[in-house]
Design a protein. Structure first.
Length: 325
């Protein structure tokens, strides 16, 4: 057998010292862990149970909208490229991201909160349920409601590895979570339809104004073609269903709460308290050893000083005796 290396022996001795310290305080560590775990569980019991429901939604992006693009228009005249861009805005490359962002926009969520009267649910502590009114001076603003609803109640994200998205709702009422998760895609379709119709109406108003101002026959014919195509596009907008969101898997009523996860709280409280107590025990042992070494060093310095003083006294007495001789 080879000889044990000094560094290995020192590391082994250090490990034994650490284990000895921990075993010496094992009951204190265990007691602190039990108390901390009980506190974590008690704190989790004070939290309100929340229920989560989610619907899986397909995002239908139609790039060939209405058949009015150059070469695809079936009327007597064909729109040129400029006329097509004037009537139908082509789908952008980030159209999917735009819809996901609008799903959590202030304008859309404001309508959701207003339609379902969610203000008392978003701010239950500020709502007097008995008198059905806000506590004095505590009525929240819509901006506060939308911000809290966006951060705490609604979640929109990609569904796994597919191109579909998940619309999730978390609330204290499981039926409300299901209702909102299934209603938000439909509400967004109505919101998107109104936005596009308003845009077409604005363009039609501009074209009608220009038609009354110009006198060129060719320009008037061009505007008439634009108005004709715009009416066709508007008809197609109302004829489309499930655009841009189509519910593939509707949300069901959640049977179990999704938060707080009390088992996770208990495990985290126990593990965290054990690690913290071990750190405190080792730190206190190191500090105690350091203070002991510091005290011993001070005592040794004091003893050395006393020896030097006694030596000087003896020498001085001897010199005096020699002088007297």
């Amino acid at each position: 057998m080879g000889k044990r290396q000094p560094t290995q022996f020192a590391e082994y001795e250090f490990l034994l010292r650490v284990l000895h310290i921990l075993l010496k305080h094992k009951y204190r560590i265990l007691l602190f862990a039990i108390i901390s775990t009980a506190a974590s569980i008690s704190l989790s019991l004070l939290q309100t149970n929340m229920f989560s429901a989610a619907s899986v939604v397909a995002l239908n992006l139609n790039e060939n909208r209405g058949g009015v693009a150059p070469g695809g228009y079936r009327g007597n005249s064909t729109l040129n490229v400029l006329e097509y861009d004037m009537i139908v805005e082509p789908s952008s490359e980030d159209e999917r991201d735009r819809h996901l962002t609008r799903l959590k926009s202030f304008d859309f969520l404001e309508g959701v909160i207003d339609q379902f009267n969610l203000l008392p649910i978003v701010f239950p502590d500020q709502w007097d349920q008995k008198n059905e009114q806000w506590l004095e001076g505590q009525e929240p603003s819509l901006q506060e409601a939308v911000d809290l609803f966006r951060s705490k109640f609604i979640s929109v994200g990609k569904h796994g590895s597919t191109d579909m998205i998940t619309v999730g709702i978390m609330s204290e009422d499981p039926r409300l979570s299901q209702t909102l998760a299934n209603s938000i895609p439909k509400l967004y379709n109505d919101y998107n339809l109104k936005r596009e119709v308003d845009e077409l109406t604005s363009r039609r108003t501009y074209l009608e104004k220009r038609l009354s101002e110009i006198r060129s026959r060719e320009s008037q014919q061009s505007i008439y073609r634009l108005l004709e195509s715009q009416l066709a596009v508007e008809s197609l907008l109302y004829a489309r269903t499930n655009y841009p969101l189509e519910i593939i898997i509707p949300a069901s009523t959640p049977r179990f709460k999704s938060s707080p996860k009390r088992k996770v709280w208990a495990i985290a409280g126990f593990v965290g308290s054990v690690i913290f107590s071990i750190f405190i025990v080792l730190a206190s042992s190191v500090m105690k050893a350091f203070l002991g070494d510091l005290r011993a060093f001070s005592d040794s310095q004091r003893d050395d000083g006393n020896e030097e003083e006694s030596t000087e006294t003896i020498v001085s007495v001897g010199d005096k005796w020699i002088d007297q001789e």
